[in-house]
Design a protein around this ligand. Sequence first.
Ligand code: COI
Length: 355
Amino acid sequence: MDYPISVLAQAERKVVDTKTLPFGKIPTEHMFIAEYKDGSWKNARVTPFQELTLSPLTLCLHYGQTVFEGMKAFLMDDGSINIFRMDKHYRRFNMSLSRMCMPDVPESLFKGAIRRLVGLDADWIPTDDDGSLYIRPFMIASEERLGVKVSEEYLFMVVCSPTYRYYTQPLRIKVETKYVRAAEGGTGSAKCGGNYGAAYYPTSLARAEGFDQVLWTDSKTHEFIEESGTMNAMFIIDGTLITPALTGSILDGVTRDSILSIAREKGMKVEERPVRYKEIVAALKSGKRVEAFGAGTAAVVAPIAVISMDDEDYECYTGDDATMYELRDHLLAIRRGRLPDTHNWNNIVEKFAVT
Ligand code: COI
């Protein structure tokens, strides 16, 4: 059943050239909002983009009950609008919500909200291959109360922002062996706001040393690689794609999953398993060609040029013929409709206007 969603007052169209702006700086003209109260979702509506009014007592401002997703819409070569892998994003959103003790969003509400919003603001989808419309569904605890408690009220919202390359240069990253992103039994596999805020401090220390990001290691031994910044970490050594297995402290990345499927289809050997950072050092020291990259919705495939481990800098391969670019281009070709969508990853959305 489709969830009833009203569209209130269409904003004036003012698509601007956003190509040079930082990621997520400019929202599109509309947003979606629905309220959860007394055990059910109410008032689902698309409105002009607007500010929120929240009491200083609002629970999400104090105890971190916030969850988000990051998705993308693409313009296909035939002019269709394509929202990529809604199903997998939807499942992950609800998994994150349940980890944070927040209520599920019904599938028809989640998908209906995004389809409606993207259909209305479709003119904002960049046309060139480096561009897409970033879609940010998120939920916050909105009950007004200072007591430490699970909120009984929530807001589910969706906003969009045109985006281009998240990183413009191959990255310099540092293996982090003091601070951790997530521990076993923690919230590492949930997309909750706290995971990101907690990463700022170690990342800022790495930045002060000239690195772009950190490569997180496990909390117990600091020997095993977890993620890179806000992306899943991947390596290609001797033609084998190696990535840390999903142990519970790592995010089940949608781009990660897509890249692994494409690599397998291309006949590459793929290994999802614990990856010791010393194994990567050994491969680099032996003179093997090592490709390293981050995979994520915002960054897609972000090549890593330098990895610093135990105070030594090692160079990874980023030449034009690197396999990671082939995987990235294949993914783009599916999203743009240049290659068949054999997994049903694409969701075609109708453009519409309020008359
Ligand atoms: C994403 O890739 O969607 C992310 O979550 C990374 C960041 C923009 C928070």
